[in-house]
Design a protein around this ligand. Structure first.
Ligand code: ADP
Length: 255
């Protein structure tokens, strides 16, 4: 469980997110949505300890986050940021980066690390690219390499900042299915998603933000029915294809 208690955070002592109280359950998929600039990335960076809060407490498994060393935290939390320059490195070596928190002083990967990296690459169906340079891959393939790196890091909690942005629809859905698989492995996912339909369809909980605060944090159905999405984005939303909950789809239009 990750808990944020009365958290405020920002940059240069200016509050961007405030009064954040949220408890995220283990093994759940959580999507943070909200208008541009409302503080989604700031929330993600604060919850993952990349940004120190100005006020409040963050707990992981009941323990204050400041009580962990960086190495301990790197074994509990992984964070995939949105904007990444493309490194000049092979797929295998990039995925091996996920093992760094586990390597000893010599930084030499052991047999166990190599096995874990190979398994992560296989899990993402990237075997044929294993010795390729990441620069030679498409955006969708590259995103899968980063997810393999996260898998190799083997943390219980995974933060993803817009993991599907700039990808075509097939790759978007493939990445979301991978995220579901990560959940089935027992991992807790907290991600910023721009696509409201995907957020509602793929998450267990939606965290809707407005001007640095949480407007509502609840199940997709409760959030949808609350009409808070419509209010915050100034749109009209509707649900289509009734029936089985798993098949629920959402459409949106301007008011
Ligand atoms: P979102 O992810 O919802 O688009 P962000 O959390 O990225 O929003 O940004 C929220 C606000 O914080 C914006 O007004 C942005 O200008 C400001 N901000 C973001 N990053 C920084 C930074 N590194 N330094 C100063 N201000 C920042």
């Amino acid at each position: 469980m990750i808990e944020l208690i009365n958290v405020s955070s920002g940059y240069n002592k200016i509050e961007i997110i405030k009064n954040i109280n949220i408890a995220i359950e283990e093994g759940s998929i959580n999507a943070i949505i909200g208008k541009n600039g409302c503080g989604k990335t700031t929330l993600l960076r604060t919850a993952s300890n990349l940004l120190k809060p100005l006020r409040g407490e963050i707990k992981i498994g009941g323990k204050d986050i400041t009580g962990f060393t960086n190495k301990e935290l790197a074994k509990k939390i992984s964070f995939l940021p949105q904007l990444r320059s493309v490194p000049d490195i092979t797929v295998y070596n990039l995925v091996m980066h996920g093992r760094y928190p586990y390597l000893g002083f010599s930084r030499t990967p052991q047999r166990q690390d190599k096995k874990i990296v190979e398994k992560a690459i296989k899990n993402m169906n990237l075997e044929k690219y294993i010795n390729k340079n990441v620069k030679e891959l498409s955006g969708g393939e590259r995103q899968k390499v980063y997810l393999a790196m996260v898998l190799a890091q083997n943390t219980d909690i995974i933060f993803l900042d817009e993991p599907t942005t700039y990808l075509d629809i097939n790759h978007q859905l493939e990445i979301l299915e991978i995220i579901k698989k990560l959940k089935q492995m027992g991992k807790t996912i907290v991600m910023v998603l721009h696509d409201l339909g995907n957020a509602l369809s793929y998450s267990d909980k939606i965290c809707l933000m407005e001007k640095g605060e949480i407007a509502i944090y609840d199940t997709p159905q409760t959030v949808f029915k609350s009409r808070e999405i419509d209010r915050v984005f100034n749109i009209l939303s509707a649900q289509v294809a009734a029936g089985d909950e798993a098949k629920r789809q959402y459409v949106f239009c301007l008011r």
